[in-house]
Design a binder for this molecule. Structure first.
Ligand code: SF4
Length: 285
């Protein structure tokens, strides 16, 4: 639970606040773009109090999705009345799950509903409300694990939905050795007719991205997106395996006409394929 006596003092006065235990995962920054900002210590604070019903829905989503429960609200009827909409459809049967897990360092997960099977992309918290909503959406047939860091509650999802978990062998650890589909080869594969798994090592040794309909790319920690700068970027500091390898993996993406980037932290973006190619090319310079 958030502690109001440990509130980040940068928060503007009002019922919504963030305490000082934030882990800088960017989840709230994306959910409430104008409400939450980062201070100079990379801790989130409330820059603007919610005003409208939509603001209060965002505040509620942020509170439920914060992996360390450090966002709180001092009793406010508008918060209690806000209707939660998670998982929330972004586009074309792609849903944002919210409910990020501390075990995935607040990693973002998405739910993709396709005619050939539904895929949960990286692991949110195994939360009863979320699980019920996923069940209502048709359940989870596959769980795509982009890399070893964002697996959180994968075991619980697998037990509940009897889904098949997909991971690369270079990412397998004791906790993931029972995954049902362990990819052996270091190459891209056609998974369904409109779903490809792209081998994108760099951030980690066997990192995978998932490409849907040749235009939606789920990147795990291979790429990120900054709302403030409206920029797709990759982090050399977070390139745990090899930055050179990561750049090669980014260069490979130039062959696709991507229009949407769904990163494993923070927010997603929709741009023209030309804009995305330009931004990816800038990372390679
Ligand atoms: S959601 Fe992430 S960035 Fe926002 S307050 Fe919680 S830990 Fe900090």
């Amino acid at each position: 639970m958030a502690q109001k006596n440990n509130k980040n003092l940068n928060c503007v006065e009002g019922p919504l606040y963030v305490d000082n235990t934030c882990i800088d995962c960017w989840t709230c920054l994306h959910i409430g773009k104008d409400i939450f900002k980062l201070d100079s210590n990379s801790l989130s604070f409330v820059a603007r109090q919610p005003q409208t019903d939509e603001d209060w829905v965002q505040a509620k989503e942020a509170i439920l999705s914060c992996p360390v429960n450090c966002i709180g609200v001092i009793n406010d009827v508008r918060f209690n009345q806000a209707l939660l909409s998670l998982p929330r459809m972004i586009t074309d049967n792609i849903f944002y799950c919210g409910y990020t897990s501390r075990d995935s360092y607040g990693g973002t997960s998405y739910f993709l509903k396709t005619s050939q099977g539904n895929i949960l992309i990286d692991s949110p918290k195994f939360n009863a409300q979320l699980v019920q909503k996923l069940k209502d959406l048709g359940g989870v047939d596959y769980m795509f694990l982009s890399h070893k860091d964002d697996v959180a509650d994968h075991q619980k999802f697998a037990e509940f939905f009897h889904c098949k978990r997909i991971i690369h062998r270079l990412e397998v650890e004791e906790f993931t050795c029972e995954c049902e589909i362990i990819l052996e080869e270091e190459k891209d594969i056609e998974f369904f007719s409109d779903v490809q798994i792209i081998f994108t090592p760099g951030h980690s040794k066997g990192h995978l991205s998932l490409l849907y309909k040749n235009k939606y790319l789920f990147t795990g920690d291979h790429l990120f997106y900054s709302h403030d700068e409206d920029k797709i970027f990759a982090s050399q500091n977070l390139s745990w395996h090899s930055w050179e390898q990561q750049k090669k993996s980014i260069a490979k993406l130039l062959a696709f006409d991507l229009e949407w980037i769904f990163p494993g932290h923070g927010g997603w973006c929709n741009k023209t394929s030309l804009q995305i190619k330009r931004e990816l090319s800038k990372i390679l310079v």
